[in-house]
Design a protein around this ligand. Structure first.
Ligand code: MN
Ligand code: MN
Length: 455
């Protein structure tokens, strides 16, 4: 069902499947405001579906279901197939980090009785979108004795919210002359968190009040921020969007919408010949770097471990398993926004409502830096999508030379496996409130299941 709107597929009866699936997705998105919280939810979903931690396994056989976790921020789940692992795996890979505002290591300061947290934004944000909205703070503070304090402020009904102030229009004449890139600067994204002075304190009394609160509530000191990972994200739940409730508005659709649908596809997959896998990685928004990003050796080590638990291990078997694998890099696409049609070319743009979107290539300035998928591989995908009545479309990220971007596709393609980007189209990508169509969420889930079964 190439480039057709998917809504007509759903009559009153099976529209409830779309609605139910999206309710479950909204719950995942609302609770999964950081990569750590996404991993926690993924573990719970895996365990309730009968998956075991790979650390508890001494052998692996066809039909076994296992998961592995890396540093609390990166997870891979596998169902072992009948075919030998050297035939390759069918892999769904998505990222669970989203653009946000991180705290600096020495964040706390007072100015004119206001207390602020100094920040450094994470990923590609349009800075002016993040001021004067309710923000929440999530993450961990790890103390010198190794204990971890979980922080979640701003989403429970009784919680306060945090935020970033902006100038009033009456006094913004000079500011309004600036370009959009400069109107809010990186150092201007400091979070206002307090204004009440502690009694009988001369120097920084409001900051001392905040430190007292942190000590009383969390037993942390100012220096503990040095070993903290605290993320400022939009407050509030994912919600239905539009009078017809046809869309979902929320923070972090990029790329938790593909992470959730990929994981659910794996958990709900029918018996598959090949070993199937869903891997959720961190750090995509800053270049897939680091131990928990897609460039890490961790995933390769996981495959090595699975081979070692399944058969006599050799390096050549690992290489064969990787090179014979196929993968959907499950990541979002930019949907056409009718308010901004000039950045896209209509024959090669994703439309909300037309189902999962395949991107043969991403990149910028002449496809630079992209994974350009093999047509032989795409032909197989077309065949399996059409056979199962999946609504799918293809797109580029905007007009040629309009801009560009990348995903994890090229990194896994380095193993010589066939990889293509495939995901849900999004409006207002990287904004505090992103929008997706409910049918695209459901069609992506169905498409991922079809891929696991037929790849
Ligand atoms: Mn993405
Ligand atoms: Mn992104």
């Amino acid at each position: 069902m190439y480039q057709e709107y998917a809504w007509k597929k759903y009559n009153d009866k099976n529209l409830s499947e779309v609605t139910k699936f999206n309710e479950e997705y909204k719950s995942f998105l609302t609770k999964g405001k950081t990569e750590r919280l996404c991993v926690q939810q993924a573990i719970a979903l895996c365990e309730s579906a009968g998956f075991k931690n790979i650390k508890e396994c001494t052998t692996l056989n066809a039909g076994d279901k296992v998961y592995a976790v890396n540093k609390n921020k990166n997870i891979a789940a596998f169902v072992i197939g009948e075919a030998p692992l050297t035939n390759g795996l069918a892999i769904l890979g998505a990222h669970i980090d989203s653009p946000r505002i991180d705290l600096k290591q020495n964040p706390l300061y007072e100015a004119d009785t206001f207390v602020y947290l100094d920040t450094h934004y994470y990923g590609g944000i349009i800075k002016y979108q993040w001021v004067t909205i309710p923000l929440a703070m999530y993450g961990v503070v790890v103390k010198k004795d190794g204990t971890t304090v979980d922080i979640e402020i701003g989403d429970h009904p009784q919680d306060p919210v945090l935020g970033i102030t902006d100038l009033l229009p009456h006094l913004a004449a000079e500011k309004m002359q600036k370009t959009a890139a400069k109107v809010i600067e990186g150092e201007g994204l400091d979070i206002l968190i307090g204004s009440m002075p502690l009694e009988n304190e001369e120097k920084d009394p409001s900051k001392k009040m905040i430190l007292k609160l942190l000590k009383d509530k969390y037993n942390i000191e100012e220096e503990d921020f040095v070993s903290a990972e605290l993320e400022i994200v939009p407050a509030g739940p994912a919600r239905d969007f539009g009078l017809d409730c046809s869309m979902v508005a929320g923070y972090g659709h990029d790329d938790r919408v593909c992470a959730y649908t990929s994981l659910r596809a794996l958990l709900d997959a029918p018996k598959c010949e090949k070993t199937i896998c869903a891997v959720l990685v961190d750090k995509e928004e800053i270049g897939s770097v680091g131990a928990t990003g897609a460039s890490s050796l961790w995933f390769e080590n996981c495959i090595a471990e699975i081979i070692d638990l399944s058969m006599e291990y050799s390096d050549l078997k690992l290489r064969k398993a990787l090179t014979n694998s196929v993968m959907l890099s499950s990541d979002v696409s930019a949907g056409l926004d009718p308010l901004y049609p000039s950045v896209s070319e209509r024959r090669n743009v994703a439309f909300l409502g037309k189902g999962i979107c395949f991107n043969k290539y991403t990149g910028s300035r002449g496809k630079s830096g992209c994974n350009d998928a093999q047509p032989e591989f795409i032909a197989k995908l077309r065949s399996m999508m059409d056979n199962d009545g999946i609504h799918y479309q293809t797109s580029e990220l905007g007009k040629v030379d309009q801009g560009g971007g990348g995903t994890i596709a090229y990194i896994l393609a380095n193993y010589n496996m066939n990889v293509i980007d495939a995901g849900v189209p999004v409006l207002s990508m990287h904004a505090p409130m992103e929008i997706v169509s409910k049918v695209d969420v459901y069609e992506a889930y169905l498409a991922y299941k079809t891929f696991l079964k037929n790849a």
